[in-house]
Design a binder for this molecule. Sequence first.
Ligand code: HAM
Length: 408
Amino acid sequence: MSKLLRGFKDIFGKEATALTELENSARKIFKLYGVEELRIPALELKELFVKFTGDTTDIVQKEMYAFEDNGGRLVALRPEGTPGVARAYIENNFPNENPVKQFFYIGNMYRAERPQAGRYREFEQIGAEFFGSSAPSADAQAILLLKDIVKDFGATDYKVKINSLGCDKCRPAYRQALIEYFKSSKDTLCEKCQTRLEKNPLRILDCKIDGPKFDANLPVQKLCPECLEHFEEVKKLLDGKIPFEVDPRLVRGLDYYSRTVFEFQAGSGAQNAIAGGGRYDGLVKSMGGPQIPAVGWALGAERTVAARGQVNEPKEIKVFVVSMDKACNLYAFDIMQEIRQSGVQTPCALFDKNLKAQMKQADKIKADYAVIIGQSELNSNTAVLKNLETGEQKQYPRAELVKLLKDK
Ligand code: HAM
C-alpha cells in the first residue's frame, strides 16, 4: 500500500476546520487593511531561492526540494513566499506603475527539514509583503496587521519579540565584533556554527542545535543614527497597541533582512515561532529592480492552529434525512434540498440502506435531528421530526418543518 511521505500530512476534521477559520480571519483583516491577494506559483527556478533566500541559510543549504525538470531546468518547490512575491512584483512592472503595494498570499511551502512536532516538510504560510515604503509606520502596521489576524482567529498565548539588525552601514562592524568574540571559543561551537562564523555570524546567536554559547561580554549591535531613529519610531508606534519585548539576539534565519525583525512566539519549544518577518530594503534591487524598500512577515498556519488549541464553536444544528421506502426517496431528496436551502446543515443522505442503518448513520455523524419520511408522510405532504437526543418525535406539515428547523 502507498504511504504518506515522512514530514507530510493529511489534514482533516478539526484541524482542517481550524485552518479554514484562520484563513478566513486573515482574509477579513487583510481586507480591512487594504492588502491585496497575490497568487504565486509553488514552483520557481531554484536560483531564485539560492540567490535571494540566501545561500548561507539552512533552507538553501539542505532543505530545498530542488530537481531538474524534463526541460533540463533546475527548479525548486518554494520554501518560503518572499522571493516569489518580490519576483512577481518586479516582473509585473509594479515598481514603475504602482510601487507602493501591499500584498498577501496563502499557500503551502516546502522544506525538507527533519520532521518533529510543529515542523513539517509541507506547511501552510499566510504572508504579507509591503513594498515601497521605508517609513517606520510600514513596519508597525505590518506587525499590527499580523496581531489583528492572530487575535481575530483567537490565539492569545504568544509573545512578540522585535529587534533591529541595522543596515549595510552599521551591520558590518557588528558582524566583525561577533567574529572576534566567537573566534576564541570556536571549538565550543557546534559544527554548523563553526561554518557560520565567517559567513553569517549573527545566526550563531539563535543556534538551535546546542544552544547559544555566550556571556556578558557578547558584543551588542550599535545602530547608526538613521537605523536607531527608525527603530525608536517603530517602537513608539507599537507602544500601547501590542505588548512586545526587544530581544537583541533575535536574528532570524534568512539572509535578506535589514533593520526591523520580529517574531511571534508561542510556548517554549524549539519550534515556537508562529510567525516571523522583518524589513528587507535591499531585496528588490538585488533582484534587478529599482531600490524599493519592503517589509513583511509569514505566519505558520499549522503552528498557529496548534497554539490556539480547540475552541468551542457556536453550536449549529445538524439534520439527517431518512427515507423508509424506495417510493419515498424523491420526496425525501427534495425535502433534504429544501432544508439545506434554508441554511440548515443537512449532510448527504443516500437512502440506499434500510431504516436501521440510516438511523445509525444519523448517530454516527452526530446529527441533532432526523427527518423521517415514510409512505404516510409522502401522502400527506408532511415529515416526522425526531429529536435524536430525547427520542421525541412528531409529524409536521412540510413547510412548517422547514421553518421550525430554520428557527432552531
Ligand atoms: P520563516 O521564519 O522562515 O520566515 O517562516 C515563517 C513561519 O513559517 C515560521 O514562524 C513558522 O511558523 C512557519 N514555518 C517555517 N518552517 C516551518 C515548518 N517546517 N513547519 C511548519 N511551520 C513552519 C519566512 O518564511 C519569511 N518569508 C517571512 C517573511 C516574509 N519575511 C519577510 N516577509
